[in-house]
Design a protein around this ligand. Structure first.
Ligand code: SF4
Length: 196
């Protein structure tokens, strides 16, 4: 949650890793100890934010208007995010979110990439009344642009997940631990979680 109590992509990532993270971070308000993995991730992000993303995005979709660093929020879902870029095709009433990753294209798209792009697509569809048939992830280091079909089923799943996270915060009920015990090793709450 951000400092105004809105859920963000980070909460979706946490929930996907282990539902119990939501309880520790958003109900008990215990800041997550930073793991080595996260520190490395932050270093990468810091380097990337210093670079210009725009010129590279413009190259891919020359003729369509674009919105950069677009902040979107759903009051109903208590959720907000900022998109790297949104391409608009006004003639077709379609829009396509693009996420930038300072990484090589992996063999398979990580679950976290998908969560982010689906949440962005949901907010675009609901706030801006465009249909979102596709989204894209641009992998900077290999110059790959991956096209991702977006289905109503996917969007509904993300909507339900956000609703579940809100429910944990509202009911203050501690969720079950992740069934994947290996994940506890990298978890910042492992010392206070009764699972560990
Ligand atoms: S220690 Fe394991 S079960 Fe507990 S919050 Fe962390 S990942 Fe979840």
């Amino acid at each position: 949650m951000d400092n105004e109590g809105k859920l963000t992509i980070k909460d979706l990532m946490n929930f996907s890793y282990c539902e119990r993270l939501i309880y520790f971070e958003n109900v008990l308000r215990i800041p997550q100890a930073t793991t080595i993995k996260e520190l490395k991730g932050r270093e990468l992000h810091n380097v990337f934010t210093q670079k210009s993303k725009r010129t590279k995005i413009v190259r891919e979709f020359e003729r369509l208007p674009k919105l950069y660093a677009l902040a979107l929020e759903s009051k109903e879902l208590n959720f907000r995010t900022v998109l790297d870029c949104l391409i608009l095709d006004k003639a077709k009433n379609e829009a396509f979110p693009i996420e930038y990753k300072d990484a090589k294209k992996p063999e398979r798209l990580y679950r976290t990439f998908m969560i982010q792009i689906l949440a962005e697509s949901l907010l675009v569809k609901e706030n801006m009344s465009y249909s979102v048939p596709f989204a894209f992830i641009k992998f900077e280091q290999t110059d790959d642009l991956v096209k991702i079909p977006i289905t109503d089923y996917d969007l509904e799943k993300v909507r339900q997940t956000i609703a579940e996270i809100n429910k944990i915060v509202q009911t203050e009920a501690i969720p079950e631990p992740t069934p994947y015990v290996k994940r506890c090793k990298d978890c910042g709450y492992r010392k206070i979680c009764r699972r560990a």
